[in-house]
Design a protein around this ligand. Structure first.
Ligand SMILES: Cc1cc2nc3c(=O)[nH]c(=O)nc-3n(C[C@H](O)[C@H](O)[C@H](O)COP(=O)(O)OP(=O)(O)OC[C@H]3O[C@@H](n4cnc5c(N)ncnc54)[C@H](O)[C@@H]3O)c2cc1C
Length: 407
């Protein structure tokens, strides 16, 4: 069953009107159904990564409306507002231990599909969005390069216009979903050295001659999410595949980061809640010195600190999502949310391992899985140091972003 919310349904329910209460009830019911789906269909982390199983799961998630949750219904999406979409993603993260899968869904949706929604022409939207929302096609977003990570404006991939097309040459790294992607949004320099206006975003089909994908990386965490290098060798891309306009690549990228930093991390809130619940159960049950270990203050205070980290991170994420729903251009709220959730995930992962004693370090346990999945969260979507630079700059403290833009 696909959830289809009216495009203008405001489920953020800031008001206590009947409409707000109804929307809230609908959102809660949707979360329950997504969580049940996640428990039923995504109950493990396939390891090693299995592309056919990933595709199967993706199609099922598409059937639930998850891979196009915030896309307007006119293009095949579910039309959810950011607050509800984040709650639904949290339910997915809570119901399934496969945080990598939830991450892949979110990277597809927020970093690749939403740029097409926000910057695409009507023709581009009609061409690409329906299959990207139904689960038939998977998207990936490629900006990072071996020599350009935090410093995105230093990227070396070139796009040279020749008549009605561009020729793309370069190498991308760490592209989430690349091994299974059908459609890429690729950032390339059309005016090298041109700073903010030197980049252009292209929609590139995976079967375009010259586009090749390397083998999937073996990562410490998010093992259910495939990541790989992408090469572009003389890739001919029609000019009609430019997203936004020539020179608008940095704006397209900023838009994708606004969505990603705000909503993607909700999957971690669900994972943290799941691990916190099992940690509470463990410390109530495990006895040492004749009493449950949860009775020791050193243990119970640690659980309280974990709860505080999770709940404060959720509030910051919800605040950022409300801002996004209002159309706010504020950079600080998404940066704070990204920082808070990713740091809380590492902290809760570490504490959950510690509170399980030796059991915590056994492979495949929920605590050690969370810890492994949490480590990349401090790096992707702009590292936490870069988020601090952005917040410092907003506070008038400089921040060392190179003149003209970047992450
Ligand atoms: C799981 C995962 C998925 C990813 N998915 C994608 C994807 O789908 N598409 C994509 O394009 N990229 C993706 N990335 C790449 C990610 O965006 C980059 O790894 C990230 O931006 C950091 O770049 P880097 O790894 O080159 O680190 P670097 O930029 O080399 O940074 C190394 C260290 O230096 C610090 N540093 C650098 N510059 C500064 C500064 N100015 N001030 C303070 N500290 C600084 C960083 O914070 C970091 O601690 C993914 C990464 C991971 C881990």
């Amino acid at each position: 069953m696909t959830f289809v919310f009216g495009a203008d349904a405001d489920t953020s329910a800031d008001s206590d009107t009947d409409t707000g209460a109804d929307a809230q009830a609908d959102a809660a019911e949707m979360c329950r159904m997504v969580e049940a789906f996640a428990r039923r269909e995504l109950g493990d982390v396939p390891d090693p990564f299995a592309p056919a199983e990933f595709r199967r799961r993706w199609l099922l998630a598409g059937g639930q409306g998850l891979v196009g949750s915030v896309v307007p219904t006119a293009y095949g999406g579910s039309g959810l507002d950011p607050v509800t979409a984040a709650a639904v993603l949290e339910a997915l993260g809570h119901g399934s231990p496969d945080t990598g899968f939830a991450f892949s869904v979110a990277a597809h949706l927020f970093a690749t599909v939403m740029p097409i929604v926000e910057f695409g022409t009507e023709e581009q939207k009609r061409r690409w969005l329906p299959a990207l929302c139904s689960g038939e096609r998977i998207a990936a977003h490629a900006i990072t390069e071996p020599e350009a990570g935090s410093d995105t404006l230093a990227l070396r991939t070139r796009a040279v216009r020749e008549g009605d097309h561009y020729v793309l040459d370069g190498a991308k790294a760490f592209t989430t979903n690349a091994p299974v992607a059908d459609v890429f949004v690729v950032q390339a320099a059309t005016a090298p050295g041109g700073g903010f206006f030197g980049l252009t975003a292209f929609v590139v089909e995976a079967d375009t001659p010259g586009l090749t994908v390397g083998p999937a990386y073996d990562k410490v965490g998010l093992r259910g999410s495939p990541t790989a290098d992408v090469r572009l060798d003389g890739c001919v891309v029609p000019a009609s595949h430019v997203l936004g306009a020539e020179g608008a690549g940095a704006s397209v990228f900023a838009g994708s980061m606004k969505w990603e930093r705000t909503c993607l991390f909700a999957a971690y809130l669900g994972a943290m809640r799941r691990v916190l619940d099992s940690t509470v159960a463990h410390v109530k049950e495990r006895e040492q010195f004749g009493v449950p270990i949860g009775g020791f203050q050193a243990v119970s205070h640690r659980v309280v600190d974990m709860t505080l980290a999770l709940e404060s991170a959720r509030l910051l994420l919800r605040e950022a999502a409300r801002g996004l729903a209002r159309g706010s251009e504020d950079e600080v709220a998404p940066a704070l949310a990204k920082l808070a959730v990713s740091e809380a995930a590492v902290r809760i992962g570490l504490d959950a391992v510690q509170l399980r004693g030796a059991l915590g370090v056994l492979s495949g346990g929920d605590a050690e899985t969370l810890l492994r999945d949490a480590l990349p969260a401090r790096i992707f979507s702009g590292t936490n140091e870069i988020q601090k630079n952005n917040i410092a700059r907003a506070l008038g403290l400089g921040g060392n972003r190179r003149p003209g833009g970047g992450r």
